[in-house]
Write a protein of this length. Structure first.
Length: 332
């Protein structure tokens, strides 16, 4: 696979992940939701590399691709850069802002796997200054994933992709609360792929003012992850797939699970798999992320993972996905 087939634009951050031994829902007073003031005493803290753009690019790199990461970081990025490059990520399009810090994601997860999080953008606010044309020319990029980042950058990247005739995937995810209706419509219309989870999908329909059919008619495929219910893929060409998950053996932390699915799906597509098989590979990677602490700590175990694919999706799926996994192990 040549360098630069897919570029991944999105946040690059450090994740500070904590666990609350209880349920957030039990701490909410229905009559006082307009004056929430809560502090949670957590029992665990781990610090990991993260950010949706970096997580997706990392996953694609582990799976044998050579994605180009597009984003902005601070002067503290050297160790993180080395980690990503060792795992197959091309970082030549990452903008280093010496006067800022790399973004920070702080997230607390409860016993129901519900999450409360905040995000400090830092250098990410400069990502709108990254031009895509030189990236396409240098790396031969033919698909751009526009992931959660600075809202201005997301809109600018989508508009530039259209101007360049570059296919793009829309993945607004965590930035939907900050995006208005016009911005959401700009990000969605004309996307080859539209990624969301089920909550984000509902929010997106409200933000755009378009119903499910109207959104589907404006994109190639809309891909909605449904937590433990799997994934739904609907296309303007009549595609309608509902796929289950690869069951988890243990649950460590859900942070980055959606990014793992996207990495598996896009790596599968780049590796020549049809949509259904690419999505099934995505469900495997999502589960591998769920079973580890941190979004970039998972690894591939060929025999075990093929068996899990076989059990979850059938022998034919495992057989067709196997060459991509074998290629990944030979490339990483």
């Amino acid at each position: 696979m040549p360098v630069g087939t897919t570029a991944v634009a999105g946040s690059i951050a450090t994740d500070h992940l904590m666990h609350f031994p209880g349920r957030f829902a039990d701490q909410l007073v229905a009559e006082r939701l307009d004056r929430i003031s809560l502090s949670f005493l957590v029992d665990d803290l781990v610090v990991h590399r993260g950010g949706v753009g970096a997580n997706i690019a990392f996953g694609m790199g582990v799976l044998g691709q050579r994605p180009v990461l597009v984003g902005a970081v601070g002067s503290d990025f050297d160790d993180y850069r080395s980690w990503l490059e060792r795992h197959g990520v091309e970082c030549g399009a990452v903008l280093v802002v010496d006067s800022s810090n790399t973004p920070r994601f702080t997230c607390t997860t409860d016993d129901d796997q519900c999450q409360l999080a905040s995000f400090y953008p830092g250098a990410m606010t400069e990502s709108k200054n990254i031009a895509l044309a030189p990236v396409v020319e240098r790396y031969g990029t033919d698909l751009l994933l526009v992931g959660a980042s600075d809202p201005e950058a997301m809109v600018a990247q989508t508009e530039e992709a259209r101007a360049l005739g570059l296919a793009f995937a829309a993945d607004p995810s965590q930035q939907l609360p900050r995006l208005d209706g016009d911005q959401c419509r700009t990000l969605v219309a004309g996307a080859r792929y539209l990624f969301s989870n089920e909550y984000e999908w509902e929010l997106l329909t409200r933000r755009t003012g378009w119903d499910a059919d109207e959104i589907t008619g404006r994109v190639g495929l809309r891909i909605t992850t449904l937590s433990d219910k799997g994934v739904r893929i609907v296309g303007s060409d009549g595609t309608d797939l509902s796929l289950g998950v690869v069951p988890a053996r243990t649950i460590k932390d859900p942070t980055g699970v959606g990014d793992g699915f996207r990495a598996g799906f896009l790596a599968g597509i780049d590796g020549g798999l049809p949509v259904e098989r690419a999505a099934q590979l995505g469900t495997l990677v999502a589960t591998l992320v769920l079973e580890t602490d941190g979004a970039q700590e998972w690894t591939i175990s060929l025999d075990s993972d093929l068996a899990r694919l076989r059990d979850a999706h059938g022998a034919a799926a495992a057989e067709e996905i196997e060459p991509v996994l074998r290629s990944a192990l030979g490339a990483v």
